[in-house]
Design a protein around this ligand. Structure first.
Ligand code: HMG
Ligand code: MG
Length: 305
């Protein structure tokens, strides 16, 4: 199959990238990160998470982030909302897109959101209803699509079942999360083929973490299958608090470099994005996990004298 001509990139760094940071990151740094990503050409930024601050303290300033960001036209700033409480708070802050997050693994569902998969779907139904009333789009995540930290292998049929349930419930898109980054290209393809029998390919997104260094290869594999929405995180920041040892998302700079090389338009300026990655890792004292980001930032600093 031919590659898509255009890809929609969703930068999840302000949420997935920062949610697991042990030291408090001030709200202004988060706001600047969001604005720099927008300036680099990202049109979709996952900005915050309306979860319990007891569960994820780093996201406790969700209201300040959502109301403090400098909204630019044409850009969607989304937020995670696991339940009605989260959704109501997000609506008060003027959110225009939210996401519910389920899993293809029972054990992970319990650890991450304190309920079974079936209970999570029951909990999401009123979130979708209320969001629809408020004219807010809802994205659905499925975690552990290529493996679970507690259960190991996950059957593609289980991923397809949960993705279908989210789609039928009204999610406009379902993002498939390799939460612990254990997937490899063949598994990724097989999983996607199973899901795409239940949910149209153009309603699916790839959300791959890079723990084993396979995320770019996995993305190439699913691009061949027709995926046209990719989640990534600038500088490869991130990890999930309930998936110990899992590395960050695939780095946005690496994805943009790959897409540029394939002649696929992402609308993102690699130099500006790399400068953003360079800035945020210095601001929070983290290593830059993007090879294309480091190479580009080095080239830029060499040429600027
Ligand atoms: P629970 O303890 O079962 O909830 O947690 P509860 O309804 O019994 O409430 C307990 C307390 O939490 C109460 O407060 C509620 O008010 C409060 P208390 O009376 O004890 O003071 N509460 C909330 N506070 C703020 N916002 C809310 C909210 N809801 C309840 N929305 C809950 C259930 C879902 C809330 C909890 O398990 C939770 O917050 N989990 C979030 C876990 C999380 O954020 N994980 C990381 C994101 S998922 C991810 O990274 C994967 C992804 O990237 C895809 C991939 O990579 O695969 C998306
Ligand atoms: Mg994730």
């Amino acid at each position: 199959m031919a590659f898509p001509k255009q890809i929609r990139l969703v930068d999840v760094a302000p949420r997935d990238g920062l949610q697991n940071e042990p030291e408090a990151i001030d709200t202004d740094t988060k706001l600047e990160l969001i604005d720099r990503l927008a300036d680099a050409g990202l049109r979709h930024i996952e900005a915050a998470s309306f979860v319990s601050p007891k569960w994820v303290p780093q996201m406790a300033d969700h209201r300040e982030v959502m109301t403090g960001l400098k909204r630019r036209p044409g850009i969607t700033y989304s937020a995670l909302t696991p339940n009605l409480k989260g959704l109501e708070a997000a609506l008060e802050c003027g959110v225009e897109e939210v996401a519910v997050f389920g899993a293809a693994s029972e054990a992970f569902s319990h650890k991450n959101i304190n309920c079974s998969i079936a209970e999570s779907l029951e909990r999401f139904a009123p979130v979708l209803e209320r969001a629809k009333e408020a004219n807010v789009r809802v994205r659905g995540y499925v975690s552990c699509v290529l493996g679970c930290p507690y259960e190991g292998e996950i059957a593609p049929a289980k991923v397809a079942e949960v993705a279908k349930a989210l789609f039928e419930m009204g999610c406009f898109e379902v993002s498939l999360g390799d939460t612990i980054g254990t997937g490899t290209p063949l598994n990724a393809k097989r999983m996607l083929e199973a899901v795409a029998r239940e949910v149209p390919m153009d309603k699916l997104a790839a959300h791959f973490h890079d723990t084993y260094g396979q995320a770019l290869a996995n993305l190439y594999a699913v691009l061949e299958e027709g995926i046209a929405v990719i989640d990534s995180s600038v500088a490869g920041l991130g990890g999930c608090p309930y998936a110990k040892g899992a590395a960050g998302n695939v780095a946005s700079e690496d994805v943009v470099y790959l897409l540029d090389g394939l002649g696929i338009d992402s609308g993102v300026d690699l130099d500006k994005l790399a400068a953003t990655g360079d800035w945020i890792i210095q601001a929070i004292g983290r290593p830059n996990r993007s090879k294309a980001g480091v190479a580009t930032a080095t080239k830029l600093s060499d040429t600027s004298g």
